[in-house]
Ligand binder design. Structure first.
Ligand SMILES: [Zn+2]
Length: 537
């Protein structure tokens, strides 16, 4: 039996940008588009070229290789021709494969927001779709507030959708813009649209999560016949968010009710990258992943097993709705130390560290990691610090240098011109090869000053850290109040392109930063010396 193709349309970079507290830079957008492209999403909507400098810069180049790169914008204004509309001109110039026009489909909005006649709005849809086609772009039309518009005036809502389809839109997307529609209503309205003459393989669904049913609404629309689903990574979006593609995709791929009838661009192997995709996106947003997220959350396959523990390990399918590895997640069962131990051995093997199961130092490492995680260290996000802790506990990291002390000063004062200035200065004293060294540096803020002072003179190791560069610095406060614990994560890279994360935890932000900086340098020295160095006693 041939299965119908469902097309996946991501709007993280456009609608997701409306999320309170989220503001993507061009660099962020390039990174996210790359992640979506590599994962295999059919359409990546990048933003609104012409509306702001970030999106205009982002659309100066095509940012995907396999995904269709989509620009979003308004249909032409009433009263001007398509060729004389500057907004439309910007859209047509964007380096996009497709253009998604947002169009009014509720007569009330046409009157109140656009201030034009119903006919002028339909004419604008038609002219915009034709202009996109003439510019060799695939046209899509998002029918804004379609479901509410349909309830208020079904004839007009359908006429808008028909105008889009008849003039050549590849997709007519039905939007539940305020997110209040129920799954049963979605099903009925989609059926009515198809009955009016627009085939399902030209229809899309764009749902918002205001009643917690954006995923259910999207799936109801698929069951009713639409073949394109729009959503965002981890369900970000304004108010309560958009439909969460990270939940929809595995449901379409793994659940027999959908998988037997439909196929997507995501292969079973590709789906194994889902958890990584979701967490990498949170990492980029500098926010903690939702542990209870369906499929990909850290708790999605975690069971406080008690007496069921061994049964879960023997017959996981009786306790899990899908195998965790199908989405790249992992089963977590708190059983015995034995179970914990084999996880650790696997983790260490992955890093090229061989250790015997009976080695007592392995038990020490496990309890150290548990203790430190209880204090706030997060080794999941700091591979390099975990590896160092493991190598140190197993006795395989030489002491390259010793930090005797550091001091850090921040001064705010008026300079000679009477301008207020904040100056940061750091002094680091360390011993390398029995030789005491003292370095002083000024920096942009205390952490930068410390970093510069620490790396100024490492004696014989200096050449090995010359190409080390800090690329990211993240701070998270772990519990509220003035006695909060601070966790600092630092990302570093070197000239060869290697990247690593280190972590520091303290009730003092400078101290936490210093720990993470120190780990980053030591990790670089361990790697630079190869196995010979770390194997030394
Ligand atoms: Zn939306």
């Amino acid at each position: 039996m041939t299965r119908d193709r469902i097309y996946l349309f991501d709007t993280t970079l456009r609608d997701g940008q409306q999320t309170p507290g989220i503001d993507f830079s061009v660099e962020d957008k390039i990174a996210i588009a790359g992640m979506l492209d590599a994962f295999g999403i059919d359409y990546v909507e990048g933003g609104y070229p012409g509306a702001n400098p970030t999106d205009t810069a982002f659309f100066a180049k095509k940012r995907t290789t396999t995904s269709s790169f989509v620009a979003f914008g308004m249909t032409k204004r009433a009263g001007v021709s398509a060729s004389n509309d500057p907004g439309l001109a910007e859209l047509l110039q964007a380096r996009a494969d497709a253009i998604c026009f947002v169009a009014k489909s509720w007569d009330y909005h046409v009157r109140v927001a656009l201030g034009c006649t119903n006919e002028e709005n339909i004419d604008a849809i038609r002219a915009s779709v034709e202009a996109a086609k003439a510019a060799d772009r695939e046209p899509l039309v998002d029918c804004e507030h379609f479901f509410d518009g349909y309830k208020a005036n079904p004839g007009y809502a359908l006429a808008c959708a028909r105008a889009a389809y008849d003039s050549g839109a590849r997709w007519v997307v039905l939007c539940d813009t305020n997110g209040g529609t129920q799954p049963g209503e979605i099903r009925e309205v989609v059926a009515a649209v198809i009955a009016s003459g627009i085939p399902g393989d030209h229809l899309g669904i764009h749902a918002h999560d205001d009643t917690g049913q954006a995923v259910a609404n999207s799936l109801a629309a698929v069951e009713a016949g639409v073949r394109q689903v729009q959503g965002t990574l981890n369900g970000i979006g304004e108010r309560c968010g958009n439909a969460n593609l990270v939940t929809i995709i595995p449901t379409l791929v793994l659940k027999p009710a959908f998988a037997s009838r439909f196929e997507t661009a995501i292969s079973p192997e590709g789906l194994e990258g889902l958890t990584r995709l979701s967490r990498a996106f949170d990492e980029l947003l500098n926010r903690a992943p939702n542990a209870q997220a369906p499929y990909v959350g850290a708790s999605a396959f975690a069971t406080k097993a008690g007496i069921h523990a061994s049964a879960i390990l023997k017959e996981p399918q009786t306790y899990e709705h899908v195998p965790p590895q199908t989405v790249g997640n992992a089963r977590k069962v708190m059983v015995s130390d034995q179970g914990g131990k084999s996880n650790f051995i696997t983790e260490l093997q992955r890093r090229g560290i061989a250790v015997d199961k009976a080695d007592p130092r392995l038990d020490t490492l496990i309890s150290r990691v548990k203790e430190r995680e209880a204090e706030g260290y997060a080794y999941e996000g700091a591979d390099a610090s975990f590896e160092l802790l493991a190598r140190r506990t197993l006795g395989r990291v030489p002491e390259f240098f010793k930090v005797d002390s550091f001091r850090c000063m921040v001064e705010r004062r008026f300079d000679a011109n009477g301008e207020l200035k904040t100056v940061s200065e750091a002094i680091v004293k360390l011993t390398v090869d029995g030789e005491e060294k003292m370095s002083v540096a000024e920096g942009h803020g205390p952490v930068n000053a410390l970093d510069l002072a620490l790396r100024k003179d490492l004696g014989k190791f200096q050449a090995e850290i010359e190409d080390l560069e800090l690329v990211d610095y993240k701070v998270r406060i772990l519990n509220g109040g003035t006695e909060a614990i601070t966790r600092v994560l630092i990302e570093s890279r070197d000239a060869a392109g290697a990247r690593w994360w280190t972590v520091g935890v303290s009730d003092n932000i400078i101290d936490a930063s210093f720990q993470a900086l120190l780990d980053s340098i030591v990790y670089k020295l361990v790697k630079a010396g190869g196995e010979a160095r770390v194997a030394a006693p």
